[in-house]
Design a protein around this ligand. Sequence first.
Ligand SMILES: Cc1cc2nc3c(=O)[nH]c(=O)nc-3n(C[C@H](O)[C@H](O)[C@H](O)COP(=O)(O)O)c2cc1C
Length: 341
Amino acid sequence: MDDTGKRKKDHIDITARGKAGYHKTAGFEQYDFVHNALPEINFDDITCETRFLNRWFGFPLFISSMTGGHQDAVAVNTVIAAFCERYNLPFGVGSQRAMLEDSSLEATYSVVRKEAPSAFIASNIGGAQLIDGLSSDQIRLLVDSIRADAVIVHLNPLQELRQKSGSRNFSGIREGIRTLAGEVEMPVIVKETGAGLSSGVIEQLIDCGVSAVDVAGSGGTSWGKVENIRNELQEPHFTDEWGIPTVDALLSSKDRVENRCELIASGGIRGSEDIAKSLCMGAVIAATAQPVLQVVREKGYEGLEKMYRRWEEEFRIILCLLGCERPTDLDMIHLRRVNFR
Ligand SMILES: Cc1cc2nc3c(=O)[nH]c(=O)nc-3n(C[C@H](O)[C@H](O)[C@H](O)COP(=O)(O)O)c2cc1C
């Protein structure tokens, strides 16, 4: 296995075993729902349908970009794709840089379109690959291989700095994003990978013309920790805990994004309550990575389906107990800050 393949396999093995979570939380426990004893709605009228980037989805959940580019990825991608097709959920493939470097790896990504002919699937490329710009042939290759509905650019300076032979030049990424957003005829989404987007960064991304931003804050998978584990560091390192918690990232950018771009909540989304609180905090849709990978590896398609059905049923109960009929009814008025003693 080449270095890239080994790195990607390590990432799956470390994260799927739940070894690389932040100690600090995403912040959702700091808020409680405001119970409505008089909801005045019929449970059967509740809908989870969600509009995101001009498409309707079955539930406000995006399966975050994870894998591709090596043989182990095929099994995971196949399950996720079949599941997203069945439940009409959007998802992203992992970074497609590997297939730009080695075209024989294309099939590890394109398998998703075979399994999910009508699902919303996003391409994925790192910001560092945009510094010198992608040629129109390269963009076409990424997008056509999976007949993508959107392009995701991931920003991961923390991970790169902790990775042996990771990229150390981050100058020119912003202009690369601006160029890409101007060139491709589909939505461009920019995400972090767990260290969070500040409101200032989100403002710059909106100025570049992106259609959606995914805060991907801290509290879930720590990519500093993943790389520190791979480097066999014996002591804790400050980068294990570096990042903006998801709730802080959401609340600081909520008012900025309104009507200018769509907000995705991710980083430590671990269940129905986190999804509902994210939507109260201004997100249109929530996204999750590690729980999906873990359940797919341990319990396959059936395990993923069971987890999803539980989340969906719980989410409907939350909507009902808040007096809401649909995800867009959720608002900050449905939350109260918990007073810690
Ligand atoms: C095994 C694995 C591989 C990942 N690879 C990518 C990737 O290629 N591109 C990307 O944008 N994000 C990648 N991510 C980051 C996730 O999309 C997500 O932003 C991050 O894990 C935080 O979400 P979580 O706390 O739900 O895991 C990966 C995550 C995991 C667990």
